[in-house]
Design a protein. Structure first.
Length: 130
């Protein structure tokens, strides 16, 4: 018995193809995990079959929409509703879509990290020259 674990970074269209292939091959969806960074979310989709555990990471910019995978992994709808509500990931066509009512939370998208304004730092030497 040998366990296999992979983590691969892919683009969004490739992720859809991989997830559909894995579902057809009998894999099960283990989890979808989102992590917020300034200006983007990192989303990891995990699937398993026997002793094979595979992870596929996508980088999703704040304003980018991604499509659901709940059409072929129905349990994905819970993870996708959570990512949408807590992290602001723009997941489209979730079935069912709870429209940000999965959790009772006081703040909208509490884990979303917006792009901060860039601040120009002026050194003392530059101030003296002006």
């Amino acid at each position: 018995m040998s366990e296999q674990y992979t983590l691969e970074t892919v683009d969004i269209p490739t992720l859809y193809r991989i997830m559909l292939e894995k579902q057809r091959a009998g894999y099960r969806l283990v989890q979808i995990c989102a992590t917020a960074f300034e200006g983007y979310n990192e989303v990891i989709y995990s699937v398993a079959f026997d002793y094979t555990f595979e992870n596929y990471k996508v980088i999703v910019p704040i304003d980018t929409q991604i499509n659901t995978i709940s059409d072929f992994f129905p349990s994905a709808m819970l993870y996708e509703n959570e990512m949408k509500e807590l992290f602001g990931v723009k997941v489209t066509s979730i079935n069912p879509d709870y429209n940000n009512k999965l959790y009772r939370i006081a703040k909208k998208t509490p884990f979303k990290k917006e792009i901060k304004e860039t601040v120009k730092v002026i050194k003392k030497e530059e101030e003296a020259e002006e």
